[in-house]
Design a protein around this ligand. Structure first.
Ligand code: HEM
Length: 417
């Protein structure tokens, strides 16, 4: 529709107006210049059932204060410190891997990125707790792949099987996360992770965050911090398996830079092709494929009158496949990023992490994590996608693979750790 009808398209999707915005200028207006007149859209408002009023879903001064409190945990230097943990946990996950084995790619990546968020931001609740958090999240997120549940949100209040499953899992998530917080409050040894910062944070009047708010922020970061990165990594290995020439080029770079050891954050500048594979995958399969906003006041977007209450979908998927910015847009070509393309593109033509004040707080964290995990895994294994699988994406809040992604592992000949 974006191709046929242009940068602003009015969609008929239930009551009220919904607009599809597919031009960098429209994104810039909504995410940056008119950001103060926009709030998160109805789907993200619904996500409050799970994450409460955390960073992703809160608004206004309250959001601003929480963002200020969380920001230091994401400073460049702090993130560099997480790099060692990311690689160590990946090496540990690879220990049982062997040539010829079959694995389910998305599950493997979800477990790994969940462990990384748990360890780096919350100094690791035990593996069992992290796994239970992951399982409960998997169930609550099913709601956001079900169009009926989303078009009739009140169904969740009726005792239907899907609603009961959702409510049970949301309750389990709540209990687990409150358990993590309470355990930490009892601990005598001080820590230096994000949870410690949130616990120590004080308002101007000296008051601390209450347990409900801590809970909301911790669930938000668990969710926002693992699912997107796990999906990015899953799509990376799908694309590499489908494009052997790109896989060979990646292998050559990894052999040259990391002949006999796993990577560290200091190696990233020497791994331009590895990083380009991440950038190109985020272009073709952006985990946040559409960003939603609701107009909180009337505004004009690219000459179009937007009314209060209108829903807006910022169409990152189409933007990333726009031939004006990406020649031969459907092709997986990591090379396109090697000559400084990122700096030449118009602002908001490439927006896997959104933009403006609500830009992903974990942008640097995620780029480093994806690059390091890709390097750690791909220097030791090639992942071959089994034939006959459904590779269509399922557009939920995030862009998920529709079915299981079964891969066969092949150990690379030379590298050893
Ligand atoms: C490839 C991985 C990731 C992608 C593609 C991604 C994408 C995004 C996008 C597009 C937004 C903006 C949403 C909007 O404007 O409505 C966002 C927000 C956010 N992301 Fe990420 N993200 C990733 C990884 C992470 C990680 C690793 C963390 C934390 C460790 C994280 C935490 C957050 C949080 C807390 C927000 C809300 C920020 C705010 O509104 O202040 N994300 N993410």
């Amino acid at each position: 529709m974006a191709r046929t009808h242009g940068p602003v398209v009015e969609l008929r999707l239930g009551p009220g107006r919904t607009l599809l915005l597919s031009d960098p200028e429209g994104l810039e207006q909504v995410l940056l210049s008119d950001a103060r007149h926009c709030i998160k859209d109805k789907f993200l408002q619904d996500l409050r059932r799970v994450v409460g009023n955390g960073l992703l879903t809160s608004e206004g001064d309250f959001w601003r204060r929480q963002r200020r409190l969380a920001q230091p945990a994401f400073h460049r230097q702090k993130i560099q410190g997480y790099g060692e943990t990311m690689v160590a946990l990946t090496e540990e996950a690879l220990r049982p891997w062997g040539s010829g084995q079959l694995r389910e790619l998305r599950d493997e990546m979800m477990t790994l990125t969940l462990a990384i968020v748990g360890q780096t931001l919350f100094s690791s609740p035990t593996e069992t707790i992290a796994q239970r958090v992951g399982d409960a999240m998997e169930i609550v997120m099913e709601r956001y792949t079900d169009p009926v549940a989303l078009l009739v949100p009140s169904l969740v209040d009726y005792p239907l099987p899907g609603s009961l499953r959702f409510r049970r899992a949301a309750g389990e998530l709540d209990r687990l996360v409150r358990g993590i917080i309470r355990e930490r409050q009892r601990e005598a040894t001080p820590r230096e992770d994000l949870l410690a910062m949130l616990l120590d944070a004080r308002d101007e009047d000296g008051s601390a965050m209450d347990e409900q708010q801590l809970r909301d922020e911790v669930i938000t970061l668990f969710l926002a911090g693992h699912e997107t990165t796990a999906l990015a990594l899953s799509w990376i290995f799908v694309l590499l398996s489908l494009h052997p020439a790109a896989d060979a080029r990646l292998r050559d770079e990894l052999r040259r830079v990391l002949p006999d050891r796993p990577p560290s954050p200091a190696d990233i500048p020497e791994l331009p092709y590895t990083e380009a594979v991440v950038m190109e995958t985020l272009r073709l399969y952006p985990p946040a494929w559409s960003l939603g906003r609701e107009a909180a006041a009337p505004l004009q977007v690219q000459g179009y009158e937007v009314r209060t209450g209108d829903q807006m979908f910022l169409n990152v998927w189409s933007l990333h496949r726009d031939p004006r910015f990406f020649p031969d847009p459907e092709r997986f070509l990591p090379e396109r990023w090697l000559d400084g393309l990122a700096k030449k593109l118009p602002r908001f033509a490439y927006a896997p992490f959104g933009g403006g004040p609500r830009q992903c707080i974990g942008n640097g964290f995620a780029m480093m994590e994806a690059t390091l995990l890709l390097a750690t895994i791909a220097r030791r294994f090639r992942l071959e996608l089994l034939p006959g699988q459904n590779l269509d994406p399922l557009p939920s809040i995030t862009l998920r693979p529709r079915g299981a992604l079964r891969v066969r592992l092949h150990r690379r000949e030379v590298a050893s750790s």
